[in-house]
Write a protein that binds this ligand. Structure first.
Ligand code: NDP
Length: 497
């Protein structure tokens, strides 16, 4: 059946921004890549090229690192009062909020995600993150330490910025990931080279314009677009970068760790997941079914903490799984810029083929698609929201991160069975529990190997709540005050009195 779409009219400022040349932000100036090369950016809803972006590589990374080093060692950024630094970050939040609709449209166009979600989640969460981190600039404190050595001493700690920081971000939440990375590093007084994902560089580049408008000193925030294998790798290996942070795949995370060994730069990693979402038979069924569907289908399933393994107590398995499949069948799939759209395209042709390949492999090993399983339409990179049953714990679709709108559902009989199943994963990013029995919920939460456990909710993010993974889901935490540990060094000072 043909579905008609009504896309919103693109705002003139979005059209203007897209049409302009997209250069690298180095030392406060927009510059071409040293090679003069550019690469195309596509609209995932149509497959058409929407912009050409400067293709930075090692030489550009070198330039950006020199600018960030100069700004860190000699510039005013780390020496200005914390209150003033906080006001700069707050100003970015204000500018971003003033341009909310523009960013919502740009993000939807570049990534494909529904405009209703960029308006409700990506942009306001990014604004909130900058505001929250602006407050931390003046609250990064050391301690006084009562030491026990004989004699009289006064000992205390200082928290100092770690220095020049490389930050590599993914394509699934381009603006929000830029905010998660930049906000805390700036609050700590670091200077930065940000490398956006090549599939979705536009919102980070527009954000770069806001940093200039906010009056940031030159070299504090540098943005270098370019391929991960060249520009990203050069940043991770650079001998004058003090710290590298990435959100991305576990495979690339491991490459970053290797690349960082040259100067033993500090590393923090926010990587993949295959998160268990557990429904007990006493849960509020309506809430649990809707919650389980949203846990996997939000952002086309391209979420590192997506509830992609659905474990349901046997007595309610049919009801829950059929309910989630029914929900999936009703999801309106379409271009992100149609306000009626509930699920947009996957980010790229490659991602569509990757996710479809997982579904085919699952079906070939005996899984059943209770809903979806096929490409949707002929243009763009759409996939039907998919629920797979008749799967076994050791199947590839249960073990590996699919990163698309595909959930695998498995029943369990006794509560004792669920923890070994849920924890049987190389990942440990998040988990969900749906039950009215809060004792059971807390007991399960305590034993799940996951950085975040949501109970009777899912995908709740807040600038104040730390996020990150156990096991191969990463090192360190984003957000909350914990993230500041990624961007500060602790110095002990001890005086004999
Ligand atoms: P990648 O991990 O390949 O990319 C993430 C970022 O790392 C991008 O900016 C990328 O640049 C960069 N990068 C790639 N290779 C290197 C390298 N050798 N050195 C330094 N930086 C590098 O993720 P993909 O975007 O390719 O997605 C693949 C899979 O990763 C997904 O299917 C999903 O499983 C997982 N993923 C997880 C995310 C999460 O939030 N945890 C987010 C995105 C993906 P470039 O864009 O130029 O390749």
């Amino acid at each position: 059946m043909a579905v008609s779409y009504t896309e919103i009219a693109i705002a003139p400022e979005v059209t203007r921004f897209i049409a302009q040349p997209h250069k690298l932000l180095i030392d406060g100036e927009w510059v071409e890549a040293a090679s003069g090369n550019v690469f195309p950016v596509y609209n995932p809803a149509t497959g058409e090229i929407i912009a050409q972006v400067a293709e930075g590589d090692k030489e550009d990374i070198d330039r950006a690192v020199r600018a960030a080093r100069k700004a860190f060692d000699g510039g005013p950024w780390r020496t200005m009062t914390p209150s003033k630094r906080g006001r700069y970050i707050w100003r970015v939040a204000e500018l971003l909020e003033q341009h909310s609709e523009e960013f919502a449209q740009l993000e939807s166009l570049d990534n494909g995600k529904p405009i209703t979600e960029t308006r409700a989640a990506d942009v306001p969460l990014a604004v909130d993150l900058f505001r929250y981190m602006a407050g931390w600039a003046s609250k990064i404190e050391g301690n006084t330490i009562p030491i026990s050595m004989p004699g009289k001493y006064f000992a205390y700690t200082l928290r100092e910025p770690v220095g020049v920081v490389g930050q590599i971000i993914p394509w699934n939440f381009p603006l929000l990931m830029a905010a998660w990375k930049l906000g805390p590093a700036l609050a700590a007084g670091c200077t930065i080279i940000l490398k956006p994902a090549s599939l979705t560089p536009l919102s980070a580049l527009r954000l770069g314009e806001l940093f200039i408008e906010a009056g940031f000193p030159a070299g504090v925030v540098n943005i270098v677009t370019g391929p991960g294998q060249t520009a990203g790798a050069a940043l991770a290996a650079h001998p004058d970068v003090d710290k590298i942070a990435i959100t991305g795949s576990t495979e690339v995370g491991k490459q970053i760790v290797h690349a960082a060994t040259g100067n033993l730069k500090k590393v923090s990693l926010e990587l993949g997941g295959k998160s268990p979402n557990i429904v007990l038979k006493d849960a509020d069924m309506e809430v649990a079914i809707r919650g389980a569907a949203n846990a996997i289908f939000f952002n086309q399933g391209q979420v590192c903490c997506a509830g992609s393994r659905l474990y349901v107590e046997q007595a309610v398995f049919e009801q829950v799984v059929e309910g989630v499949a029914e929900h999936a069948r009703k999801i309106r799939v379409g271009p992100g810029l149609d306000p009626e759209t509930q699920m947009g395209p996957l980010v790229s042709d490659h991602q569509l083929r990757l996710v479809s390949g997982y579904v085919e492999a699952g079906l070939a090993s005996g899984a059943t698609a209770l809903s979806g399983g096929r490409r949707y339409g002929e243009q763009g990179y759409f996939l039907e929201p998919t629920v797979l049953t008749d799967v076994k714990q050791d199947m590839q679709v249960v073990q590996e991160e699919i990163f698309g709108p595909v959930v695998v559902a498995l029943p369990f009989k006794e509560l004792d069975e669920i923890l070994p199943l849920a924890n049987d994963s190389m990942y440990g990013l998040a988990a969900g529990i749906w039950t009215k029995d809060l004792s059971k919920a807390h007991l399960l939460a305590a034993h799940l190997h996951a950085g975040t456990v949501w109970i009777n909710c899912y995908n709740v993010f807040d600038a104040a709540m730390p996020f990150g993974g156990y096991k191969q889901s990463g090192w360190g935490r984003e957000m909350g005050h914990e993230v500041l540990e990624n961007y500060t060094e602790v110095k002990s000072v001890c005086i004999r009195l």
